[in-house]
Design a protein around this ligand. Structure first.
Ligand SMILES: [Zn+2]
Length: 213
C-alpha cells in the first residue's frame, strides 16, 4: 500500500511541528518532500494503526455529548457524511466539521489526521442487523428512517431477512410479517455468500466509510 502523504517535522521550515509531506518513495525509509518548503528528507515509515477511534462532539438541540466513531486510519471522512457514534447511547449523526491535529478545519480529511469531529444528531434510528453468512454471524448497526419497513422474506442489501425481533415484542419469522425501524430490536439476515459481510458494505449507499443520502 503506497502512502502518498504523511505528517512529519520538517528540519528546514518546521522542526517542532508536523507538517504535510508528499511521499516520493517508499521502502525501508520513506523519501518525503515538505509541501511548505519543498525540502526532501528520509524518514522512518510511520507506525499506522489499522483502526482509529475518533472523538466526536455530538450536538442535539441545546445539548452536546462526546462519543466515538471507529474507522480505518487510511479512510476519509467528509462533512455531510452520516455515521454511527457510540458511547452511552448509539446515535446516527451527520458530520458538520472536521478538525485536524493542527486545529485547522477541513471539509474532508483522512482519519489519521483528524483530532476531533463535530456532528449533529439526526432523526434516524439505529437498527442492529445480524448477518449470518456461512458459519459466521456479524453484527452491524445501520441508521434508517424510523418509518422504514423491514419485511420477513425480502431481500435487503445485506441479504434476505429471515426474522425480526420486535422491541419488547415477538420474533417475526413468517414471510410477509414486518416491523418498522423504530420498533425493531434486531433484524436477522441470511447473507449471500457471493458478497462478504464486511461492515463497510452495509451502508445504505454502499460507500466507504460512511454513507450519504
Ligand atoms: Zn519544510
Amino acid at each position: 500500500m503506497m502512502n502518498r502523504e504523511t505528517y512529519v517535522e520538517c528540519p528546514s521550515c518546521s522542526p517542532d511541528k508536523k507538517v504535510l509531506h508528499e511521499v516520493l518513495h517508499t521502502g525501508k525509509k520513506l523519501v518525503v518532500r515538505c509541501t511548505a518548503c519543498h525540502a526532501t528528507q528520509h524518514v522512518e515509515p510511520p507506525h499506522r494503526p489499522t483502526a482509529l477511534k475518533l472523538r466526536v462532539v455530538v450536538s442535539y438541540h441545546d445539548q452536546s455529548h462526546v462519543g466515538w466513531f471507529e474507522l480505518g486510519a487510511r479512510e476519509w471522512l467528509h462533512t455531510g457524511d452520516e455515521v454511527i457514534v457510540e458511547n452511552s447511547s448509539i446515535d446516527a449523526v451527520r458530520i458538520t466539521a472536521i478538525e485536524l491535529s493542527d486545529g485547522v478545519r477541513m471539509a474532508e480529511a483522512e482519519a489519521e489526521s483528524i483530532r476531533v469531529l463535530w456532528a449533529q444528531k439526526i432523526d434516524k434510528v439505529v437498527v442492529k442487523i445480524a448477518v449470518h453468512t456461512g458459519k459466521t454471524t456479524r453484527s452491524h448497526k445501520v441508521p434508517f428512517d424510523g418509518e422504514k419497513k423491514f419485511v420477513v422474506g425480502t431481500e435487503e442489501q445485506l441479504g434476505k431477512i429471515s426474522r425480526i425481533k420486535v422491541k419488547r415484542g415477538p420474533v417475526l419469522d413468517q414471510a410477509g410479517q414486518y416491523a418498522q425501524a423504530k420498533d425493531v430490536g434486531r433484524v436477522y439476515v441470511e447473507g449471500t455468500t457471493r458478497r462478504s459481510a464486511d461492515r463497510n458494505q452495509i451502508s445504505q449507499a454502499g460507500r466507504k466509510p460512511a454513507f450519504r443520502r
